[in-house]
Design a protein around this ligand. Sequence first.
Ligand SMILES: *Cc1c(COP(=O)(O)O)cnc(C)c1O
Length: 363
Amino acid sequence: MIPFLDLMRLNERYTDALQQATNRVVQSGWYILGKELAAFEAAFAAYCQTGYAIGVANGLEALVLVLKAWDFPAGSEVLVASNAYIASILAITQAGLKPVLVEPDPQTYTLSAEHLRDALTPKTKAILPVHLYGRCCDMAAINEVAAEAGLLVLEDAAQAHGAMYQGKRAGNLGDAAGFSFYPTKNLGALGDAGAITTNDANLADKLLFWRNYGSKQKYVNQYKGHNSRLDEMQAAILTAKLAYLEAENKYRRRLAERYLTALKHPVLGLPPSDRIHDDVWHLFVVTHPERDRFRAYLLEKGIQTDIHYPTPPHRQEAYPEFNQLTLPVADKLHREVISLPLNPALTEAQQAYIIETINQATV
Ligand SMILES: *Cc1c(COP(=O)(O)O)cnc(C)c1O
């Protein structure tokens, strides 16, 4: 069986570096908000080419805390893609704001400027572009809409560590960005972790309060903050793994290029190939009109796949207020998408077998 993602194999290559990191933390006697976090924040900000990185508990919290720190009036609207991961939508509602679901470009799965303009109202305060599957949204167009309408832009970069857009990195393309270091992400911790990047010194300073009970000085509380800290153990692990991120993203690009040139199947829809070397291929997502049959065929041949995502946000029970919306692009994508194995632990021999199996498929 070719697993969709074998995290044990992915991390075991770094055993020595990870053991050094964890031993250092155990022996330090200091486990929350210390030197390891400061070192990781400096390294990650440098990597993203931003002025600041602020470690937080996870990716969802990264988005929530920025939206809360921006302090929009309750009920303000935030534009987000209708095919976004549920966490992007949860962040908006947890901050007391209203998500406005905007249909994506069906070719790139990301927000397009025309649809954004149509969704603007006097209550719109921000855009939350999700760099889905490791490809940056068309940020020039999005930032232009934001500038025209006086909106702030919060990138959801949870799938895009290291992705480039017009020579700049994801995380440095809007007013602030949220990253997740969930173990399956391109930069993954061995537990939960997240970060916010920004060039706004004022926001960065506020976020130091927001992640720690709204307090920077013990027992003095400025905001109704969260407990959302990135612990020393995960910070040390992330610093160790950050050193390998570029090499891993490069390998992902090689696998993506091979899929894009070698897959020959009459009805399979391939992801956009115009920015192979800028995208970081968190997921390699294809479409098939009979997705479930195709998936069953691959499984029978020993290939595990996944679906990102089976149910669009507007059809989730958690959001009855969206259940009546008509969003045909999101519905079609959720019916047809299937993610093929693509990760640093996938061997070229395994990929060759996947390609051959797909090219011979009669489904
Ligand atoms: C993983 C992910 C998140 C949430 O990150 P967590 O660390 O799991 O909270 C948010 N948005 C996107 C697009 C993601 O892929």
